[in-house]
Design a protein around this ligand. Structure first.
Ligand SMILES: [Zn+2]
Length: 390
């Protein structure tokens, strides 16, 4: 066996309705909680009021700092970090992120920037564009309370931040940035729209498959990915059809958490590589971009990664003792049918991509995710594959 390491949040609390325990959990991290909300809906539907009351009851002062409903940009992080510094954020304080992947990413980046004052902007820490500064001081402790099952960012050590010039998304990354407590209450997702449920569900499925077949795959993430796919594949349609279904919401929330732990420790592949570029150049939401690219990724890798893809198929589908190639075909057919049912567009032009953007998309697809893809593609081949899907 190869050497490996495995990193994950030190404390995970999972369960239906457990958001009510947020006060007791936050209290173990500090007495003042700077809160990042992921949408105004959390105000309207009473979730924020509920969380805020639970914090106060436990003797934790909630300080609502910002509501961010889109993917965080450099200025969002810098502004919020400056606000926290003005308020002398430090020992005895924590950050609480309540929302989807965007709110969690913002809180993660801010938690690190507040305490690492050797950089003037988060940009200085971003991989590939900044000064290459490293996170050396422990960030403010972060309690992550995700409301949409899907991205898995609650379990990872990086935050993805959009840069304006050049227009790219890059990560600030450090093992110190893993949230200290992750509280997952699948009941919070009952109000998530069918469309967002479909996309985030497909994102989790893509993360499970790509981390499993990744060039840097490792044994614990693979065990998690097998289990996650078993849960998510049969339940995603039901969660979309009936958002209040407790078994479906629990399965997807748990699968998303597993996918986050898997990808954080292994890596991803083709679909996530291209999805990053689609987000930057065509503003395609992350989950939709992953869903659109997953069928392509499976076909790109079917020969090089036949064995691991067959293992996934056998774990999650009733394919029995068929040959590896037949099992992989069954998985591809299953994903194609799922995408069709969930009305995922099959063509890049349907999400606004134009032929003139192909070269940008190829360049924008390069990064950590594409590096992990089982089959390594030259630019010309990647361009041809994307062109076929226009
Ligand atoms: Zn993803």
């Amino acid at each position: 066996m190869n050497d490996y390491e495995f990193l994950c949040p030190p404390r995970i609390a999972f369960g239906w309705g457990r958001r009510r325990e947020v006060g007791a959990l936050a209290q173990t991290l500090g007495r003042r909680a700077f809160v990042v909300l992921g949408s105004r809906t959390l105000h309207k539907n009473g979730v924020w009021a509920e969380v805020s009351a639970a914090l106060q009851q436990a003797g934790v002062e909630p300080v609502l700092t910002t509501v961010l409903a889109r993917e965080p940009e450099v200025l969002d992080v810098d502004d919020l970090a400056a606000t926290l510094r003005q308020r002398d954020a430090g020992s005895g304080d924590l950050l609480l992120a309540l929302g989807g992947g965007a709110a969690l990413d913002l809180a993660k980046a801010v938690s690190a920037l507040v305490t690492n004052r050797h950089g003037s902007s988060v940009r200085d820490f971003l991989e590939g564009v900044g000064k290459g500064l490293q996170i050396t001081d422990p960030p403010l402790p972060l309690l992550a309370l995700p409301t949409t099952g899907g991205t898995g960012t609650e379990a990872t050590k990086n935050a993805v931040i959009a840069v304006a010039d050049p227009p790219v998304k890059k990560s600030i990354r450090s093992p110190l940035m893993v949230p200290r407590i992750v509280l997952i209450d699948p009941e919070l997702a009952v109000s998530v729209s069918p469309e967002t449920t479909a996309w985030t569900g497909m994102d989790a499925i893509t993360q499970l498959i790509e981390s499993y077949i990744c060039r840097f795959a490792k044994p614990i993430p693979q065990a998690l990915a097998l289990h996650g796919l078993q849960l998510a594949l049969p339940m995603v349609r039901q969660a979309v059809r009936d958002g209040k279904s407790r078994p479906a919401r629990e399965a997807l929330a748990h699968a998303a958490l597993l996918s986050g732990m898997a990808l954080a420790n292994s890596g991803l592949g083709f679909a996530h590589g291209v999805a990053a570029a689609l987000g930057v150049y065509a503003k395609v939401p992350h989950g939709l971009a992953c869903a659109l690219m997953l069928p392509v990724a499976l076909r790109v890798n079917r020969d090089v990664a036949e064995k691991p893809l067959a293992e996934l198929a056998r774990a999650a589908l009733p394919v029995g003792m068929h040959s590896d190639s037949a099992a992989v075909l069954a998985l591809i057919d299953h994903i194609d049918a799922l995408c069709a049912d969930l009305k995922v567009p099959a063509k890049l032009s349907q999400v606004g991509v134009q032929a003139s953007q192909l070269d940008d998309l190829v360049q924008g697809s390069r990064g950590n995710s594409m590096n992990g893809n089982p089959r390594q593609l030259a630019d010309a081949e990647l361009r041809r594959i994307l062109e076929e899907r226009l």
